[in-house]
Design a protein around this ligand. Structure first.
Ligand code: SF4
Length: 331
């Protein structure tokens, strides 16, 4: 199976529970950013995500409150660099104790320190950022030697019994042959899965590296082919969407984001407003508007954080899609 069985069963139970309660909208994934402090300043990352002061981090209680409030069965711990968070081991242990599946999204630099204090668990996946082979990745993270360290940590994590996956952003300059080389290399290390996302153009970031919609479509047509050969975590229906082969409305409420500034609305990418409580966030965002993608910031967006949940939301409408997803899950 592509994922541990509990992820699928927890997700199905959560959907059934919400269906029973008559909820049409509910979070599937919590993007938990306990800090906005980082040991890198990568191209493609907005300064608000790495310039934060460590003392402004979320407390453990605030993190657990966010988890309980959202109810989402999957928690992606990101940031900032979460391995800098002083209470990271207690945070992961607490999330596992709450029966969440946790993705620890990291650049890998401090993973050996984390591995010394933590324990592998089938509810924990270590998700290492890797945007290509060594020269490209080190250029993007703006520091030599980071690729080598990340790969060393992937190997160490696997040897210690952790589930280890990778997360790659496809930029305008990304050479898709190099992406295939990276996927083949990571597969040879026994990686558990690889996620590819389009870095799309929006106004906050310098536009030269980010893709417009037609450019994402062209790059992801190749990814659709690569997915037949390599173990990708991106769903085949999302990849078809990113390749321009199908359409979806956005599902911004599927992946909700808690940051040190509050709940970020409407979505992981666009921080139009930060809300102090989950209730104010949930009731304060105009979901109809953001689902419709009529905002200019949505024009080129094909992000998995907005549209993987759309795959889940729309799945029941097509038996063929259900079959495609079933084959993929067991593949
Ligand atoms: S389309 Fe993209 S930018 Fe717009 S709400 Fe959805 S995820 Fe956010």
């Amino acid at each position: 199976m592509r994922f541990p069985a509990h992820i699928t069963t927890d997700m199905l139970k959560w959907q059934a529970k919400n269906w029973w309660r008559g909820n049409e909208r509910y979070p599937l994934v919590l993007m938990l950013e306990p800090l906005h402090t980082c040991n890198l300043a990568c191209l493609g990352c907005s300064p608000e995500r790495y310039n934060g002061d460590l003392k402004d981090r979320l407390s453990l209680d605030a993190c657990f409150q966010a988890v309980d409030d959202s109810g989402a069965p999957v928690v992606s711990v990101c940031g900032g660099e979460p391995t800098i968070y002083p209470e990271i081991v207690e945070l992961i242990d607490g999330l596992v104790a709450r029966k969440r599946h946790v993705y620890l999204c990291t650049n890998g630099i401090l993973l050996d320190r984390f591995f010394k204090k933590a324990q592998p668990h089938n509810r924990l996946s270590v998700n290492v950022h890797l945007d290509g082979m060594a020269t490209t990745h080190d250029f993007i993270v703006d520091r030599p030697g980071v690729w080598e360290k990340a790969v060393e940590m992937i190997k160490l994590g696997k040897s210690l019994g952790y589930r280890v996956c990778t997360n790659t952003t496809v930029f305008r300059e990304t050479d898709m042959d190099e992406i295939e080389e990276m996927l083949a290399y990571l597969s040879s290390l026994g990686i558990d899965g690889m996620l590819l996302s389009p870095g799309y153009h929006y106004e906050v970031l310098p536009e030269k590296h980010f893709l417009f919609r037609n450019e994402v479509n062209a790059k992801f047509k190749r990814v659709v082919e690569l997915a037949k050969k390599y173990k990708l975590y991106s769903t085949p229906l999302f990849l078809e969407f990113a390749a321009g082969m199908r359409e979806y409305p956005c599902t911004p409420w599927g992946n909700v984001t808690r940051t040190p500034q509050g709940w970020k609305g409407p979505c992981y990418l666009v921080g139009e407003k930060f809300f102090p409580t989950f209730e104010e966030f949930w009731n304060g965002v105009d979901w109809d508007y953001w689902e419709s993608r009529q905002d200019h910031r949505c024009r080129d967006c094909l992000m998995h954080s907005g549209f993987e949940a759309s795959v889940v939301r729309k799945l029941g409408e097509s038996p063929r899609d259900v079959w495609t997803m079933a084959k993929w899950s067991f593949g």
